[in-house]
Design a protein around this ligand. Sequence first.
Ligand code: FRU
Length: 592
Amino acid sequence: MKCFLGLPLLLLLLDCNGGSGRYMVIPIRETNGEVTLTIEKGGETLYVADIRLAGEGEEADYCVPLDLEHFGASKRDVHFSGIDAAQAWKLISFSDAPPEVPAEKYRPVYHHTPPYGWMNDANGLFYKDGVYHLYYQYNPFACVWGNMHWGHSASTDMVHWEHQPVALYRDAYGHIFSGSSVVDIDNTAGFGAGAIVSFYTSYNTEREYIQTQCLAYSLDDGMTFTKYEGNPVLVPFDGIKDFRDPKVFWYEQESKWIMIVSADKEMRFYSSKNLREWEYMSAWGEGYGVQPRQFECPDFFQLTTAEGETKWVMIVNVNPGCYFGGSATQYFVGEFDGREFTCDSPKETVKWLDWGKDHYATVCFSNTGDRVIAVPWMSNWQYGTIVPTRYFRSANAIPRQLGLFKDGGEYYVSAYPVAELSKLEKESRTLSGVSTTRLFDTTDGAYELDLDLTVPAAGRSGFRLTNAAGDVVDLYFDAALQRFVFDRTKSGIVDFGERSTTHEIENHGRRKTYSMDYVNDFALATWAPMAVKGAHRMKILYDLTSLEVFIDGGRVAMTNLVFPNEPYDRLEAYSDKGGFTVDRLTITRLGL
Ligand code: FRU
């Protein structure tokens, strides 16, 4: 059995047979059906994983490691179902080191990505003692959804991330779904002062309650966790199936913890004094925003305007529901009395945190003082599992600091890259009065553009980002429709055409087959309503496969994936009625 790793030919072939070592090296073929692997010791099931094992004589897409030492286990503790064990062992080898992950064309330069495998939502974000911790929904066995673990990365500045060992492994009780973490400074839970207490949803279709809220704590600042023996700490009082993504925060005014759980089409509020026992308080959200949609991944925090007005903001990620198809992040502004949230706006009011198509499951760090910092998953459930990357799927958008502003009597939330982004800045040059310009002679596709624009009150004006392959991203203001538009229909690879015209997608174990229309949902334009006229400022972050656009300090944010045949290296300004000027363009190379 040979294991294809994608390196230059001689290095490509890793002998997957025999050997010894701490890591099982498992060849994966993504299109194969799943077999189940368990690790059992002393009558207890320590680990469960569904793997798409490459069969005898089949070429593997890649190999993935399983660290037996983590479980204090050896080969005899590993069992299989769905395949004869002797047959499975013929396919698997052992090694002292995990297999190398090959470089690939579409790996972003400065955005956080998993080392290999599949990633979705950011989870359990917290800051402590100078370090930001980012956990994430992780499948270490394939580049599609499944086997949910919490992967882990840490950073001192939110822009340089270091991969850490997996923090929470799927277990016999279930998949580890999304959730949040708090720093229990006063030891309210009794695990220890300063313990990190993380909440996640355990998911298992074979239980009475399919989704329950569980707790794990860490006494070494989030590096290793112990799952609480009293799990689950919360089950739904009405047996509702979709009950997940607990967000926990400290409510200073009443010295209590609050947990918000998304419960199908509403958010439920619970309170606790000790993080272990939870009492139901209220529900909010039925009928609010785009309808009727699945609520997921709540967040809830206070923001203050420049004028000093403070409001509560409820983040509601919805799937589907995005204006442009698939998943997106809504928010609601209002008041909170310690028990109930009241939204200021009528139910029909819809506010989006980002107007692109690749911004989802956005939640914020805990323990960051006055700064509210959100981390989006930069993809969309419509096509996240089929984007043209090979050894990993999905990145996080650049962390964004959220702000509150008032416009026409309504409160809105702005989102702007964290100031720490400047730590990535390399050479920079500033041009004025730009019409068409080569941005770089050679580029690895990682840069930032800062523009001061004068936009006419009529016609369509903007600029195209292009490359020698003829790929074009069109970014323009439409004065007639009062919109900013991001058109990626000709941005490069848009049909992910190497695969068949129907795709089987799994979402939480529910399989669906989508037709070609579904895939074409990538090739479109997204737009944001805005008052188009006069001076506008724009920041664009480009990183090979993503463009994040922030207009007027983040009052409009728009995040979209792109897969150009080569990086965009040219900017062409245009205007059909004239009067459009790029007054200043600062081009800055970004790198780690
Ligand atoms: C959102 C979500 C969550 C769930 C997780 C599972 O993208 O569906 O509601 O916890 O992904 O991976």
